[in-house]
Design a binder for this molecule. Sequence first.
Ligand code: AHR
Length: 504
Amino acid sequence: MTLDTFKAKMVIDKTYKISEINPRIYGSFIEQLGRAVYGGIYEPTHSTADEDGFRRDVIELVKELQVPIIRYPGGNMVSAYNWEDGIGPKELRPNRLELAWRSLETNEVGTNEFVSWAKKVNAEVMMAVNLGTRGIDAARNLVEYCNHPGGTYWSNLRRDHGFKEPHQIKVWCLGNEMDGPWQIGRKTAYEYGRLAAETAKAMKLVDPTIELVSCGSSGSGMPTFPEWEAETLDHTYEYADYISLHQYYGNRDNDTANYLASSLDMDNFIKTVIATCDYIKAKKRSKKTMYLSFDEWNVWYHSNDQDTKIEPWSVSPPLLEDIYTFEDAILVGSMLNTLLKHSDRVKMACMAQLVNVIAPIMTETGGGVWKQTIFYPYYYTSVYGRGAALHSIVDSPKYDSKDYTDVPYLDQSVIFNEENDELVIFAVNRNMENQLLVDVDIRSFEGYKLVEHVVLENENPKAVNSVEHQQVKPHTSNNSYIENGTLIAVLPKMSWNMLRLKKN
Ligand code: AHR
């Protein structure tokens, strides 16, 4: 193909609105796992540690990402977790065998510490309850401990522990991946649906203002998907406000063209869950719309082999420490675009996870902090992807790969921030050989000027960052321009881009 073949067209109009974007779509996740907490966010002996033992250097990077909500404490870990182990005087807290990751949990950090840390990074907490080994009582007591003002056993205990004001945690997950055979206390859809509904009922009796997430499948590849969603929602529809989706991708066959198309699978997953929710809505003659919480998404595969070599029962072992490549960052950009294009139904999402464990932020225990390749699309989309998501009409050349047909080279999302008079386009060029010239008809944005074109590109799809060296980092481009009401966007081969336009 000649260079000329690689041209695409977009039409953007401010009246083609998908939805206001819920900022919670830029959430993340910290599990008591590996070095996420100990040696990640918490390291009392570190030179930057604050009065509570939290690393200030990590706090600064999390704040840079503007993460509005953070899921805690798991993940697989929550399915055998006794939250009572993590409250009260630290010297009295038990060491426990943590079964999900076969590590030793000291419980030095628990509910109150995490809530305090979340405040420091300006995030709200999304709290998960244990529906694996426990149930209604443990969950309702935790809501009482966290959210009841005082005058009862559990709320007074919180006050005794130094937290006079309730934590006011709004979002609660009803367990984690309860369909997964690896889960401690795995359930059938019927068992989970009944338990989740009764637990939800009790939790909302304690605090009717909370929002609840019913467990969806732990991935679109699960054999029980989407029957799991249909059967569990049949029980939880009345009580839950969201259903969860989890999905991770990896370039296991070293087929980059196919890998970069994985966001099409994510798109299909979301569409199927929406259809299943709406089927239950119709079946129940309900007026309520179920929203989606994509509360685990990312790339995860680099560390799989090395994790099998880690000895069990150590404290904060280096588990799930994927070192991300440039191509991973491109896919992460497309996954964010996919979430934004579904922002009418996806109201929350969590990049899994945030620090050290399949994370955009890495630390050296006792040393520095650094940004993985995937930090960058996450950062720009979180900071500039605020406002309303717009539909755009796209005409792009396409390709076929091993698992996908008609994959558009151009992948994009469009955001109109009316308050700031800003139009932002996030665009991926999946073409590994050629740049893509995109003619963008910006008919309803008269007077808007291109203020910056940020590009993430690299000659080597496998390029990575490290504490010493940021090989993969964005730069600005001067190649794009506006001419007669059309934005000519020049997207380098295999690149992630942000084009930001502003009214004078
Ligand atoms: O994020 C890592 C793990 O992935 C989580 O603990 C679990 O929920 C999922 O399988």
